[in-house]
Ligand binder design. Structure first.
Ligand SMILES: Nc1ncnc2c1ncn2[C@@H]1O[C@H](COP(=O)(O)OP(=O)(O)OP(=O)(O)O)[C@@H](O)[C@H]1O
Ligand SMILES: [Mg+2]
Length: 472
C-alpha cells in the first residue's frame, strides 16, 4: 500500500514541522508530508500533486487566506482529499460552518498530538474508501464501455428488446444499413423490425427495404426483467441471388418445354403439309377419282387429331386444373378400366391379369384424372410388351399402416434403363410418342398427395402408385 499524502498549510513554520513530525507515521504506516507556508504555496502544490493528495491540514487563519475558503479552493485540484482545519476559534458556529463546507474534521488549538493523529487517520481511512469506490466505478464504466463497443463493432445487426417489446439498443451497423439513428429508434416496438425471428424486411430511410435474417435470444437483464437480444445479418444479396437463380431455372425449364413442344408439333405439321401437296398435285392433274383422294384427306385429318391431342396433353401437364376430390371406390374404377383396355391388350397379344384385394376400399381422388393416370401407365405397359406377346398385371393392395393404398402396374417388357428421365416432359423412345404421358402421371399423383415409383430390369417393370386412402 502506498503511503498516504498529507499537505500541511500553516504560516507558523515551526508548528508545521512539528505537525509533520507527529504525522510522519499513522497506524504504523508511513506518511508523505508536504509543507506550505502560505496559500500561494498550497495552491502550487495542489496543482502539481492534486490527484495524489489524501488529507489537507489547514490553519484556519493564514496571512493571505481563510483556511476554510482555501480548503474548498484546493479541492478543485484534489477532489478526493479531505480537509482537517486547525483553529483557535472555539465558537460552535464556526465548527458548524466548517462541517457545512465539506470539511472533514476540526481540531482545536492547542491540540494534543493524539487528537490530530486520530483526525488525520480517520480522514485517511475515508479517502482510501472513496478512492476504492472511485476505482470500482471507473472499472465498471470501462467494462460497460467495452461491452457497448463490442456490440457496436460486431459485424451484425443487434437490437436489445425490453420486457414490453421496446427497442433498448440499436447498433451502429443498423444505423448504417437503415439510415435510422439510435435516437429515432429507441423506444419503438421491436416486433416491426425483428418479427419473431427469421427473414424480415428491414425498412430503409428514404424508401425501400433490405432483408435481415434474425435470431433471438433471451438474456437475464440487470433487474428482474428479461432482455431479448436480436442478432441479424443482411441477406438481401443472398436472397436476390436465390430469386435470380430460381427465375433462370424456370426460364430454362420453359425453354426446354417449348423446344420439346415445337419438335412434337413439327412432325404432324410436316406430314399434313406433305399430304396436302400430294392432294394438290392429284387435283391439278385432274385424273384422280374422289376415292383416291379420300385417304389423303384422312391422313391430314389424323395428323390434325394428333396435334389436338398433343395440345390437350400439353395443357394437362403445363396448366393443371384443380382437382375435384371425391371418395372413389377403387375396385370399381379399376374393374371398369380393365374392361375398357382389354380389347387393346388382346389386339396387342398381351395377357392382362387383374388382382384387386377386396379390402382396397375407397380413396380420396379426382376419378377422371386418376383414370388418366392409370390409362397412361397401362398403355405404356401394353406398348412395352406388344410384339413380344408378354403379360401385364394390374394389382391393388389394401391400405397400409400409414393410410396409403398401393396400385401396381407390372409388365414383362424390356425394362427401363437406370438413367432414363422417364418423368420428364417430351422424353420418349417411341416413334409416335409425345413423352408427356408419365410427366402428366407424375403431376397428377403429386397433386393427390401420393407418390409414384418404379422398379425395372429386363423382363419385369413395375410401377407402384401410393395414394392416400379416404378417411371418414
Ligand atoms: N412399362 C415401361 N417399360 C419400358 N419403358 C417404359 C415403360 N413406361 C415408360 N417407358 C419409357 O418411358 C418413356 C416415356 O413414357 P411416357 O409415357 O412419358 O411417354 P411415351 O409413352 O413415350 O409417349 P406418350 O405416352 O405421350 O404416348 C417411354 O418412351 C419409354 O421409353
Ligand atoms: Mg406413354
Amino acid at each position: 500500500m502506498k503511503p498516504g499524502v498529507v499537505l500541511i498549510v500553516d504560516d507558523n513554520v515551526e508548528l508545521a514541522e512539528n505537525v509533520a513530525e507527529i504525522l510522519s507515521e499513522i497506524d504504523g504506516r508511513p506518511t508523505e508530508t508536504l509543507l506550505a507556508k502560505s496559500a500561494e504555496e498550497a495552491r502550487a502544490i495542489a496543482q502539481r500533486r492534486g490527484d495524489a493528495l489524501d488529507v489537507m491540514i489547514l490553519d484556519r487563519r493564514l496571512p493571505d487566506a481563510d483556511g476554510l475558503e482555501l480548503a474548498s479552493e484546493l479541492r478543485r485540484h484534489a477532489p478526493l482529499a479531505e480537509a482537517v482545519i486547525i483553529t483557535g476559534d472555539v465558537k460552535v458556529e464556526s465548527a458548524l460552518a466548517a462541517v457545512g463546507r465539506g470539511v472533514f474534521a476540526y481540531v482545536l488549538k492547542p491540540f494534543a498530538p493524539p487528537d490530530l493523529v486520530r483526525a488525520t487517520s480517520d480522514a485517511l481511512a475515508r479517502v482510501a474508501l472513496l478512492r476504492e469506490r472511485e476505482q470500482l466505478r471507473q472499472r465498471l464504466e470501462q467494462s460497460e464501455r467495452h461491452h457497448r463497443e463490442v456490440v457496436e463493432a460486431v459485424p451484425a445487426f443487434v437490437v436489445a428488446i425490453g420486457a414490453s417489446g421496446e427497442i433498448l439498443l440499436w447498433n451502429r451497423q443498423l444505423e448504417a444499413a437503415t439510415g435510422y439513428t439510435r435516437e429515432e429508434m429507441l423506444g419503438h416496438q421491436a416486433v416491426a423490425i425483428v418479427g419473431d425471428g427469421g427473414d424480415q424486411k428491414l425498412p430503409v430511410k428514404g424508401g425501400g427495404h433490405r432483408i435481415a435474417r434474425w435470431r433471438l435470444a433471451d438474456v437475464p437483464g440487470p433487474g428482474p426483467e428479461r432482455i431479448t437480444y436480436a442478432a441479424g445479418i443482411d441477406v438481401t444479396a443472398e436472397r436476390g441471388m436465390q430469386l435470380r437463380t430460381l427465375r433462370a431455372e424456370r426460364l430454362a425449364a420453359v425453354g426446354t418445354l417449348a423446344a420439346g413442344l415445337a419438335h412434337e408439333v413439327r412432325n404432324p405439321l410436316n406430314s399434313a403439309n406433305l399430304q396436302l401437296q400430294v392432294l394438290r398435285r392429284r387435283l391439278e392433274r385432274g385424273r384422280s377419282t374422289p376415292e383416291a383422294l379420300l385417304p389423303v384427306i384422312d391422313v391430314v385429318h389424323d395428323e390434325i387429331r394428333r396435334l389436338e391431342q398433343l395440345v390437350t396433353d400439353f395443357l394437362a401437364f403445363a396448366r393443371p386444373q384443380s382437382l375435384d376430390l371425391k371418395p372413389v371406390a377403387l375396385a370399381e374404377l379399376l374393374q371398369g378400366l380393365t374392361e375398357q383396355l382389354r380389347p387393346e391388350a388382346e389386339a396387342a397379344k398381351v395377357v392382362l391379369e387383374v388382382s384387386i384385394d377386396a379390402r382396397t376400399g375407397t380413396i380420396e381422388a379426382d376419378a377422371e384424372r386418376l383414370r388418366q393416370v392409370l390409362i397412361n401407365l397401362l398403355r405404356n405397359a401394353v406398348e412395352a410388351t406388344e410384339e413380344r406377346g408378354g403379360q401385364m398385371t394390374l394389382r391393388a393392395l389394401p391400405e397400409d399402416e400409414e393410410g396409403f393404398v398401393t396400385i401396381q402396374i407390372e409388365d414383362t417388357g424390356p425394362g427401363i434403363p437406370d438413367d432414363a428421365p422417364i418423368f420428364d416432359a417430351f422424353y420418349t423412345t417411341k416413334a409416335t410418342g409425345t413423352g408427356l404421358g408419365l410427366a402428366i402421371v407424375h403431376r397428377i399423383v403429386q397433386e393427390h398427395g401420393g407418390t409414384i415409383q418404379f422398379e425395372s430390369r429386363p423382363g419385369r417393370t413395375c410401377f407402384s402408385l401410393r395414394l392416400p386412402s379416404h378417411t371418414t
